[in-house]
Design a protein around this ligand. Sequence first.
Ligand code: SF4
Ligand code: ZN
Length: 385
Amino acid sequence: MKVKLRNPERLVDVPGPVSVHQMLATLDINPETVLVIHDGTLVTKDHVLPDDARVEVRPVISGGAGPAKCTHCKAPSIIEIARHRAAYCADCFTDHVRAQVRDAVRRYDMMSYDDRILVAVSGGKDSLALWDVLLDMGYRADGMYLGLGIGSYSDNSEKIVRDYAEARGATLHLVDLAGEYGYDIPQATGLKGRSSCGVCGLSKRYAFNKVALEHGYDVMATGHNLDDEAAQLLGNVLRWQTPFMARQSPCLPRSETMAKKVKPLYRLGEREMAAYCVIKGIDYVVEECPMVEGNTVLRYKDALNELERHSPGTKGQFLFGFLERARPQLFPDGDPEGHRLVDCAECGMPTTTPPRQEAAGTEPVLCAFCRTRGRILQVVQKAAR
Ligand code: SF4
Ligand code: ZN
């Protein structure tokens, strides 16, 4: 059979018939990290693939093993989620995703049906699935896409987001990083002290918040999932970055200059979001961002997936235990930096005072975004001369 693998994209031959489980073992692929698609349909580990099959192994990073029948309705299952010791048919799986979002919204009082919600959409599976779930559940959700200027990867992402918005008749805000702020992500490569992904994350947070405030949105929603949040927490714990740990929450309240921020997918894994998109026929960017090498979070995801493979549920216990038990005990006052916020002298957004500047007390204080943007623009202008 021909098996299509991604990142990099390639076709390999595997002799059949074999079960999905055997095929993955032959290719030395961790089943936790992929979805297997045969004839356009998701298949589970015991499904037998004939010798003439054309199969796609789609990376998602997360998942499991379980019975072959839907745990809820006993129809044939298409996906197993070991963490829940359950398997689902397409309809019950869609219900499961909505139930997890509903649970997240209720636990943290994230949003109401009256709220205007802005979803940060990148073209990836998580943010498109989030937008889709919120629209299906009847929320007033608009989208925002930030053009990062990463060649064909960005062009492709933008087209996918535009097509989705058009098909759903949903409102989409398009912002171009270069057009609005004078630089793109490839130009930020090599900046001392900040990786491209660091600049990218900072730029996204800033631009989304700005649009949310300018257009009077009540809530800003991002597609961060269980894998993202558990990896983030692991990174913070490994370095004991306690201020970041204090701020790590699926729901950060609104302040005068920050829109309320929510992560309704924090109880759902990456593999679940990819499966949701396949089931709902949502086209999303499967290729990896070409600048991903600087992204340390991926290494933490790999480590957590290895743990999850041997004891399903580890990721959830790690993250939910922190959010529900450790965080309220360790950080009863929430964000310890919150009370030291001042307005950025350039853009007026809130920022913390860097300790050195606080001691000197004279220079105007710039926010992290304006400081970083200033440094990138200097490099860009120098290169143009
Ligand atoms: Fe941005 Fe890095 Fe993600 Fe690429 S991999 S979109 S540069 S954060
Ligand atoms: Zn600023």
